[in-house]
Design a protein around this ligand. Structure first.
Ligand code: RRO
Length: 313
């Protein structure tokens, strides 16, 4: 029997496909659509302590090879998402899901994690260290010392399963440096990659930028970022303690893209841009395509090929 099931830290998921944080997961309507789909789990829009309207519009643009955004962390506040996941957990105690948080300061992240620690929530938390779009706030994942300081303060009290959402890295020395920091902590997973930050799209006709926030700078997602995502999944899988699962995100549009992410070492896959364009039926389509590839290659489960990408000698 061929299966797309996966396990992270003893939590079982019937399929490895889910949404990426930020895409169609901001309201309870979005989240209920995910619950009623064939996604293996959902992650909620990254939360701040209080409601945020986000950046002025236009703040998102479809581009031929993907997407471009500077949303600026619009969300309904932690209470809203914690209330949603707690109610869902009461209804479906065997399902593990992901609560994403993205404080704009260490104090905000610690306050939110204290609230989660003190609650009955027993699912995963994805701590977003990589939002590229809040004016005046650099992506924390690019500051290795600040990342270590944050995780030290977090694991001083936080005992539930937690992972981090990372920005893309582009240098082998940086893969070494971030892995050396992450390996010092009892992380359950890392999710890689967030958008490729601070690109610029130019409208040739009007000679203007494409989106309003930050003078037009924004994060790239979708097909064009797949090679960067695969490199980050592979490089982190090779460097992290085996107890830290790698969740792959970036450029997944098809079963073949999903297969490639797993070959590079991913245990679970998040779909962002293309889920935004296609809706929940993407989880059926990509699952069927991945099933077909595995059947063709004679693989019965993800373990048969996860991380087994070959190099050329
Ligand atoms: O809301 C956003 O602008 C946003 C976030 Br928090 C993030 O982590 N990644 C992204 O591309 N956009």
């Amino acid at each position: 029997m061929l299966t797309l099931a996966t396990t992270i830290a003893d939590r079982h998921f019937k399929t490895c496909l889910m949404n990426a944080a930020g895409v169609r997961c901001q309201s309870d309507r979005d989240l209920n659509a995910l619950i009623n789909s064939n996604a293996g789990a959902y992650v909620t829009k990254s939360a701040t302590p209080a409601y945020r309207a986000g950046n002025p519009e236009p703040r998102m643009k479809m581009i031929p090879q993907g997407s471009f955004n500077s949303m600026g962390l619009p969300n309904n506040g932690l209470d809203y998402y914690l209330d949603f996941v707690l109610k869902d957990q009461a209804k479906r105690p065997d399902a593990t899901n992901f609560l994403s948080i993205a404080g704009t300061s260490l104090a905000d992240n610690l306050a939110m994690l204290h609230q989660i620690q003190d609650s009955a929530y027993n699912g995963f938390v994805e701590l977003n260290l990589s939002c590229p779009n809040v004016p005046g706030h650099p992506q924390q994942g690019y500051d290795f010392d600040a990342t270590k300081e944050t995780l030290t303060a977090v694991f001083d009290f936080y005992t539930k399963p937690l992972g981090v959402k990372l920005p893309p890295y582009f240098d082998l020395a940086h893969f070494d440096q971030i892995a050396a920091v992450l390996n010092q902590f009892p992380l359950t997973f890392v999710t890689t990659i967030n958008s490729v930050g601070n690109g610029l799209i130019v409208n040739y006709e009007t000679e203007t930028v494409a989106i309003k926030p930050k003078g037009g700078f924004g994060g790239l997602g979708g097909a064009s970022v797949k090679p960067t995502a695969l490199a980050n999944v592979r490089a982190l899988s090779q460097r992290l303690n085996p107890s830290i699962a790698v969740i792959g995100v970036g450029g997944i549009m098809s079963g073949r893209d999903a297969f490639e992410h797993i070959l590079c070492g991913a245990s679970m896959l998040q779909i962002g841009t293309q889920f935004g364009y296609e809706g929940t039926k993407i989880f059926d389509r990509v699952a069927h395509e991945l099933d077909d590839i595995m059947a063709l290659k004679g693989y019965a489960s993800l373990d048969d090929f996860r991380g087994k990408l070959k190099t050329i000698n």
